[in-house]
Structures are given as structure tokens and as C-alpha cells.
Design a protein around this ligand. Structure first.
Ligand code: PMP
Length: 295
């Protein structure tokens, strides 16, 4: 990964309808989003020049904003086209795509009824979230002390910036102890997800994953459920208590950035990289590149 700071790079960023020089894509310090987290975003990935599930991501961005009570002034098709334009102008074919929408500066209090809504889209080269060595062994995960909130406490179905406060805290605490990531439980004490990815348990040849009722129902999660079912692997979405981590044969996480990443350790539990994880890694790698899945 590049060590260049993100505000000092070459290229362009799509900003409120125009492609602007990368270093000029700025907001004022008195921006509602910065103070009150009135901001939603997406994380997407392009493979060989094609953004995987671009429209699904643009639709989720719209939904996330609506959940926070604002409307993005660009349609889904416009956003899809803007992502492509940013990517192509930056001459990227395999990259990460980051659309972000936020409330501007017209009002600077809790109430922000009149604030204009902004949208920016940045694209950058981003090889792998976890290194190939980590992926081949399985990542080590801590169990976070932070709990995913109830949908009555926070807008949990939105990919809202504010929800990432506890993710950064969890990830920093895990990294400080040498782990790559953290598993988060929810307010009921059930297994929820990682700090930027969903989680699957392989038990007796079947997959079990927490019901996405208080965290992001990832686009990768949905893709992997479909890929597994196409292989005849039974997938159950249900409440999973942390004690069940003891009986899992294998564990993996899924996300746009993480793709399918096997887990080698969660707190006191250890796992081998299992056959379902391997199958899903290869099926997912083919699917995102529009290739036929090997029989
Ligand atoms: N949960 C969280 C908290 C995330 O940040 C992400 C990544 N967007 C996911 C799950 C996985 O979502 P997706 O598969 O749509 O990338």
C-alpha cells in the first residue's frame, strides 16, 4: 500500500459533478458532516476495469443517506457513471472506489435542515486488505469490548460514518495486541461482524452467519451466500452466540476490501483454513472478474 497521504496525490476526484484535481477536493472545517457525522459512504472494488456490483453499491449509498434523512442530489445511474469517469480518468483498472456523501456548511448545529448535500468519489490503487501471507494462514482476531448497537439506538442499516467510531476503536485495540482485526458482538451478546467485514462459521460442512439485523448486510456477504448455495452448501442466517465459536470447523470474513479472508484465530479459538473458505475464495475471485466458476 502506498505511504502517500490521501490528500497529497496525483489524479482527479469527482466532486459535486466535476472532476477536480486530487489536491483541490477539499471541504471547510465548518462542515456539518465533520462535527455531527452526517455522512455516508461506500467501499467498492473494480477488477479488470469493472466495478463489482456498482449499481448495488450506488443504491445502498442512496438508502444509507435516506436513513440519515438526506437525499443525494445525483441518481443511481449518474453515480455509476461518475465512478467510471473517475476511475478511467485516473487510468485505474484494479482499484478501490470510495463514494462519500455529506451535509455541508449552511447550518452548524444539531439541526441541519437546510444544508446542501455533497457527493465525492475517489478511486485509488489498493491491492489487498490483508496480505497474501495472512490470507493463506488465516487472520488473527481479538474479540472487541465494543458492541454493535441495537437498531433502536443507531441507524444500523446505513453505511454511516458515525457507526465506524466503534470500529476504529475496536481495530486499534486489536492491533495494539498484535491482532489483524476484531470480532464485534452485538448489544445482545451475539456474534455480529468484524470491524469492516461480515463473518461466517463453517460447522459440519454447512455455513452459519449472523442474521444482519443490527449491522451492514454486506454485498459480499449476500454474494457468498449465493455462491455457497450454488455449490449445494447449506447456509443458515441465525443468532450465533460466541460460545459457538468453539464448535466451528472454520471461520472466514467477507467484505469488499477483505474479499473472502480465512480466520485462523478468534480470541481463545484456533482454526485451520477450511475447505469451504478455500472454495468461496476461489468462487468469489472468479465472480468479481466476471469469469465462469470452475466446476
Ligand atoms: N460490515 C462493515 C462494518 C463494513 O464496513 C463492511 C464493508 N463495507 C461490511 C460489513 C461488508 O460489506 P460489503 O460486503 O458490502 O463490502
Amino acid at each position: 500500500m502506498s505511504v502517500l497521504p490521501f490528500d497529497d496525490r496525483d489524479g482527479v476526484i469527482w466532486f459535486d459533478g466535476k472532476l477536480v484535481p486530487w489536491r483541490e477536493a477539499k471541504v471547510h472545517v465548518l462542515t456539518h458532516a465533520l462535527h455531527y457525522a452526517s455522512c455516508v459512504f461506500e467501499g467498492e472494488r473494480a477488477y479488470e476495469g469493472r466495478i463489482f456490483k456498482s449499481t448495488a453499491h450506488s443504491e445502498r449509498l442512496h438508502r444509507s443517506a435516506e436513513i440519515l434523512g438526506f437525499k443525494i442530489p445525483y441518481g443511481v445511474a449518474e453515480i455509476d457513471a461518475a465512478k467510471k469517469a473517475a476511475m478511467q480518468t485516473n487510468k485505474l483498472t484494479n482499484c478501490y472506489v470510495r463514494p462519500v456523501a455529506w451535509r455541508g456548511s449552511e447550518m452548524m448545529g444539531v439541526s441541519a435542515q437546510k444544508n446542501t448535500i455533497h457527493l465525492a468519489i475517489a478511486t485509488w490503487e489498493w491491492p489487498a486488505y490483508f496480505s497474501p501471507e495472512l490470507k493463506s494462514r488465516g487472520i488473527r482476531m481479538a474479540i472487541s469490548k465494543w458492541k454493535r448497537p441495537s437498531p433502536e439506538t443507531a441507524p444500523t442499516a446505513s453505511k454511516a460514518a458515525g457507526l465506524y467510531m466503534i470500529c476504529t476503536l475496536s481495530k486499534h485495540a486489536a492491533e495494539a495486541e498484535g491482532y489483524a482485526d476484531a470480532l464485534m458482538l452485538d448489544w445482545r451478546g451475539q456474534v455480529a461482524e468484524a470491524t469492516g467485514a461480515n463473518v461466517f462459521l463453517g460447522i459440519g460442512g454447512e455455513l452459519h452467519t449472523p442474521k444482519a439485523d443490527c449491522f451492514l448486510d454486506g454485498i459480499t456477504r449476500r454474494t457468498v451466500i449465493e455462491l455457497a448455495r450454488n455449490r449445494g452448501i447449506k447456509v443458515t442466517e441465525r443468532a450465533i452466540m460466541p460460545e459457538e465459536l468453539a464448535k466451528a470447523d472454520e471461520v472466514f470474513i467477507t467484505g469488499t476490501a477483505a474479499e473472502v479472508t480465512p480466520v485462523g484465530e478468534i480470541g481463545p479459538y484456533n482454526y485451520q483454513v477450511g475447505p469451504i473458505a478455500r472454495q468461496m475464495m476461489s468462487d468469489y475471485a472468479a465472480t468479481v472478474r466476471g469469469q465462469k466458476i470452475a466446476a
